[in-house]
Write a protein that binds this ligand. Sequence first.
Ligand code: BV8
Ligand code: ZN
Length: 237
Amino acid sequence: MGLEQAREWLANATAVAVLTGAGISAESGIPTFRGASGLWKQYKPEDLATAEAFARDPLLVWEWYNWRRELIRKAQPNAGHRALVRLEIQKPRFTLITQNVDGLHDLAGSGRILKLHGDIWRMRCTSCGSNWPDRRAPLPKLPPHCGCGGLARPGVVWFGEPLPDGMMQEAEHAAAEAQVLLVVGTSALVYPAAGLIPYAKQAGARVIQVNLEPTPYSNMVDCALEGSAGELLPQLI
Ligand code: BV8
Ligand code: ZN
């Protein structure tokens, strides 16, 4: 099944859901998680993105998030992000479900975004629980603290932590009612996010995958397009 067929499915759909991962931000200069570029000081992301790592060494974990915030601060949305904004405008029913915490979909102008794994530009207090936006990069002092004096943590979902309440239900609802699920730039290895792919398929959606490399679902999807999001999405939409 080729790009032409995928274009037609998308054009004829009135209800569309999109699932994105780090791959859509790669062409904006943000390293993905897997692969050499994802490493920071030899640490694997899944070693730092945990409550255990933060409890052990909050400064180390904040240095990593501060490094990512500075990278993301310099980044601009790319043609892939912008194509999804156009798709949202065209579709009566549209939901953008992202695993990315970089905020580039917002910056591109997307509206209906479900941030499954939170937002790197928000902070949460580990003692009073309040959360607030903070877009400073670099942060003046590490680790940052809350007004109550409590230690602040990044407003993201770490491995072993549940997704924000109701977020997965909303995402599953959007995936179930979509005629087309467009999956972009994800290795589909992290759950429950990756579970949305078979979920949509079972609910009768056409699933189109745009990814540089094959994923565990390449044989299940209706159309697996191998290439970069920045090149393929403008051709698809
Ligand atoms: C939970 C925020 C339970 C932080 C992130 C079932 C089976 C197995 C394991 C589990 C399971 N259920 C749960 C687990 C455990 C775990 C998990 O999935 N582990 C994996 C590693 C096996 N899941 C969890 O822990 C989740 N929580 O289950 O809680 C619970 C319930 C109740 C009570 C208590 C607990 C939470 C998971 C969320 C973790 N947080 N991020 C931060 O960012 O700092 S995950 C993070 O990693 C990202 O958000 C993203 O989700 C993931 C990285 O994946 P991708 O985005 O896909 O990126 P990747 O680099 O892997 O791939 C990029 C792809 O793009 C590649 O394929 C590449 O080819 C392609 N590409 C590159 N360039 C381009 C491109 N494609 C197109 N164009 C390009 N230019
Ligand atoms: Zn506080």
